[in-house]
Design a protein around this ligand. Structure first.
Ligand SMILES: C[S@@+](CC[C@H](N)C(=O)[O-])C[C@H]1O[C@@H](n2cnc3c(N)ncnc32)[C@H](O)[C@@H]1O
Length: 383
């Protein structure tokens, strides 16, 4: 029997708005030729092994899907016919549990629950006639998405399962933790490299320092978890191949200068647990400390941080004082570059300095700014 997983596939990577270029760069580094970056979706061509590699290696993507088909559609009849034309027997086993989701933007079809039921009916009809039996849907789950954009329907199959931000190390939730994928994107957007010191003075449960340590040691973020596609009946078992590749790339002996501080000792306990689960506990210095007391003898380091925004953690008056004190603290590290994410629009005013660059990013649904402050250039050493 021919399965689609044995041939060439069109693979779609979903990423957050504002970080498409970072995810594209990651795909290029993995050896692919990504194209498009519409509404946080990037595509590339590859095999099923590449689907698994994308899931295991991408640090900033939300999920990886296989594109099953894409067609122009303006009516539900056209939608039914387009979905029926897909060779479902080469994708789904007869006991597949079929879950259909729908999205619509700028399209004549916009009723999402009607789109879901028409699509599900088309798939079930096609499967019933292909297998000559009624479907029980008692097996593994297959998540199909119908995404309508400008009257074009794109039908995809999810391969990730749980979102890719779930690396498996963060099981204990701290106060307002940042997503692992966003933390990795902030690091990728900074000038940090593993030879430079890094401090997160508001580290909470440790996400930014841990993601930096994973990057520094070249540990693939998806190594310690499984993906939905590993349970697909017709997919080849190539997890070992991808896992061996990931293992072989780890640089266990690399020395890193990464520190995380937080005023709350409970947050530091969580950060230590998470670092331990991620296997990077020996590479990060975590300490309970008010950021006002944080300093460093090292030069040309990088601060990457996610301070309180005032949304949940403190009131506005306290926030203004905190940002002003943070500005004073970083004045003592004038050779360091500082990167801050905050949804508080007047951040620069209270921090006391206009940023060299401001980029819009989203922390979950919350619109934030990512402020870049470049440090003083290194002094030229006379020969
Ligand atoms: C938005 S949370 C950071 C979440 C973190 N990125 C994570 O992934 O868990 C902000 C953190 O700032 C800490 N904080 C507040 N005031 C502080 C201060 N003066 N010095 C250091 N940390 C402080 C809070 O305890 C909280 O953990």
């Amino acid at each position: 029997m021919n399965s689609i997983f044995d041939g060439q596939l069109k693979i779609e990577v979903a990423t957050a708005s504002g970080i498409e270029a970072v995810t594209k760069r990651e795909l290029t580094r993995l050896g692919y030729e990504p194209s498009g970056a519409n509404f946080g979706r990037i595509t590339f061509d590859g095999t099923y092994t590449d689907v698994l590699r994308a899931n295991v290696f991408l640090r900033t993507a939300n999920r990886v899907r296989i594109v099953l088909d894409s067609f122009k559609v303006e009516t539900f009849d056209e939608l039914f016919d387009g979905i029926s034309a897909i060779d479902w027997k080469s994708i789904l086993p007869r006991d597949a549990k079929i879950v259909v989701d729908a999205k619509s933007k700028n399209s004549k079809i916009f009723a999402l629950s009607a789109t879901q039921s028409v699509a599900k009916k088309a798939i079930v009809n096609a499967m019933t006639s292909a297998y000559h039996c009624t479907l029980k849907e008692c097996g593994e789950e297959y998540d199909i998405e119908i995404s309508l954009l400008d009257d074009v329907a794109t039908v995809t199959l999810d391969t990730s399962g749980e979102g890719l931000h779930k690396r498996g190390y963060r099981t204990y939730l701290g106060d307002a933790p940042i997503r692992e994928t966003l933390a990795a994107a902030m690091i990728e957007l900074s000038v940090w490299n593993p030879d430079r010191p890094l401090i997160d003075p508001f580290c909470g449960s440790g996400t930014i320092p841990i993601e930096a340590a994973l990057i520094g040691l070249n540990i693939a973020p998806g190594m310690n978890r499984n993906f939905a596609c590993e349970k697909f009946s017709f997919a080849p078992n190539v997890r070992n191949v991808v896992q061996d590749e990931a293992e072989s790339l780890i640089d266990h002996d690399r020395t890193l200068k990464i520190s995380g501080f937080d005023i709350n000792p409970e947050a530091i306990k969580l950060a230590l647990k998470h670092a331990n689960r991620a296997g990077v506990q020996d590479k990060i210095h975590f300490q309970a400390m008010d950021m006002r007391d944080v300093s460093s003898k090292l030069s040309h380091g990088v601060i990457i941080t996610n301070p309180p925004y005032g949304e949940r953690l403190m009131d506005e008056a306290e926030l203004k004082v905190l940002y002003a004190d943070f500005g004073k603290m970083t004045k003592g590290l004038d050779e360091w570059c500082v990167y801050v994410i905050s949804s508080y629009k007047a951040f620069e005013k209270y921090y006391g300095k206009k940023a060299d660059k401001v980029r819009k990013l989203y922390n979950s649904e919350l619109e934030c700014n990512f402020y870049t402050y470049l440090g003083k250039a290194p002094k030229k050493v006379k020969k």
